[in-house]
Design a binder for this molecule. Structure first.
Ligand code: C2E
Ligand code: MG
Ligand code: MG
Ligand code: MG
Length: 289
C-alpha cells in the first residue's frame, strides 16, 4: 500500500505543502459534487491507428473534468485524488460503462481501450463489473482492451493477476500502459497475463534525435513480436516519429499527429466510413416516408 501511494504521488503533485493539502481537500469535495450531477464529468476518445494502413483501429477513453470555477482540471491532478479517496471505484465504473455504450455504436472492427486504476484492480468485484458493463451495453468482450500501467503490474499480487487472467479468459484484452517506466524484469513479463504493450511517450519523444531511443523501441517491438504481443506507441506527434515507428514494425500508433482526444459526436463526423454515414442517411429517409 505504501508503494502504491508513492507511485500515485509521483504521477501527480510530488510533495504537498499545507496550502496544497487544503486545496486537495476542496478539490475532493468538488469531485464528489461533480459525481452527483450531470455535465461536469465526461469522456473523450483519442483515435488509435494501424501504423501499416494508417487507418483507425480503435479509441482510448480519457476522462475529462470541467470544473465550474477552475475550468478543465487535468487527469494527472484529479485521478490521483480519486484514487486516494477510492472515488475512482465508482468513477472508473462509470467511465467503463459510458465508454462501452459509446463503443457499441461504432463500426464493428474498432475497439475501445479504457484505463484501469490500481485501486479498481484491487477490488474483487472488478471482473463482475466489467462483465456487467459488456452485457448491459452489448459490446463484445473482444472489442474491449483494459490498460494498466506497468508500475502497477510490477507490484501486482496474486489476486490481481488472477483477475486479469479471468478477464482475458472472458475475451477482454489487457494492455500494459506507459511501458518502459515501471522497471518490470523480462522474466516477470513472461508470466504476466497481457496482450498489448503501450510504449511510453518518453521513448517516442526522442526517436528522431536519439539513436538509443530507436534501439530501445526497436528492441521492445522485437520482444513483443516474439512474445506474440501487439505494440502501441503513445504520443506520436511528428511524421518523422511515425515513419521511424512504421519502419520498426510497430503495430499501432496514437498521438496528436493522428488525432487528439475528442467528444463522441466528433468521432462519427470525422471517422465513420462513408458507406456507414450513407446507410444512416438512407435509414432516416425511409423513416420519413
Ligand atoms: P495515459 O493513459 O497514458 O493516456 C495518454 C495521455 O497522453 C492522455 O493524457 C492523452 O491526452 C495524452 N496524449 C495523447 N497523445 C499525445 C501526444 O501526441 N502528445 C502529448 N504530449 N500527449 C498526448 P490525459 O488525457 O491528460 O490523461 C493522463 C492520464 O490520466 C492517462 O495517461 C491515464 O493514466 C489517466 N487517465 C485518464 N483518464 C482516465 C480514466 O478514465 N481512468 C483512469 N484510471 N485513469 C485515467
Ligand atoms: Mg492509457
Ligand atoms: Mg499511457
Ligand atoms: Mg500516461
Amino acid at each position: 500500500a505504501i508503494l502504491r501511494t508513492v507511485r500515485i504521488t509521483r504521477s501527480g503533485q510530488s510533495v504537498l505543502g499545507l496550502s496544497q493539502v487544503a486545496d486537495a481537500e476542496a478539490l475532493e469535495d468538488d469531485l464528489r459534487q461533480a459525481m452527483q450531477e450531470a455535465g461536469q464529468l465526461y469522456v473523450h476518445y483519442q483515435p488509435i491507428y494501424s501504423a501499416e494502413t494508417r487507418s483507425v483501429v480503435g479509441f482510448e477513453a480519457l476522462l475529462r473534468w470541467n470544473h465550474p470555477v477552475r475550468g478543465l482540471v487535468a487527469p494527472m491532478q484529479f485521478i490521483p485524488l480519486a484514487e486516494q479517496t477510492e472515488l475512482i471505484v465508482p468513477l472508473g465504473a462509470w467511465v467503463l460503462e459510458t465508454a462501452c455504450a459509446e463503443a457499441a455504436t461504432w463500426p464493428e472492427p474498432w475497439y475501445l481501450s479504457v484505463n484501469l486504476s490500481p485501486v479498481q484492480l484491487e477490488k474483487i468485484h472488478l471482473v463482475r463489473e466489467v462483465r456487467g458493463a459488456l452485457d448491459r451495453t452489448g459490446l463484445a468482450a473482444e472489442r474491449l482492451e483494459l490498460e494498466i500501467t506497468e508500475g502497477v503490474l510490477v507490484a501486482a499480487e496474486g489476486g490481481e493477476i488472477s483477475r486479469l487472467a479471468e478477464l482475458r479468459r472472458a475475451g477482454v484484452r489487457i494492455a500494459i500502459d506507459d511501458f518502459g517506466t515501471g522497471y518490470s524484469s523480462l522474466g516477470y513479463l513472461r508470466q504476466l497475463p497481457f496482450d498489448t504493450i503501450k510504449i511510453d511517450r518518453s521513448f517516442v519523444r526522442n526517436l528522431e534525435s536519439d539513436s538509443s531511443a530507436q534501439a530501445i523501441v526497436g528492441t521492445i517491438v522485437e520482444l513483443s513480436r516474439r512474445l506474440n504481443r501487439e505494440i502501441v506507441a503513445e504520443g506520436v506527434e511528428t511524421e518523422g516519429q511515425f515513419s521511424i515507428l512504421n519502419a520498426l514494425q510497430c503495430h499501432r500508433v496514437q498521438g496528436w499527429l493522428l488525432g487528439k482526444p475528442m467528444p463522441p459526436e466528433e468521432i462519427a463526423s470525422t471517422y465513420f466510413p462513408a458507406p456507414l454515414q450513407e446507410g444512416l442517411a438512407d435509414r432516416t429517409l425511409s423513416w420519413a416516408e
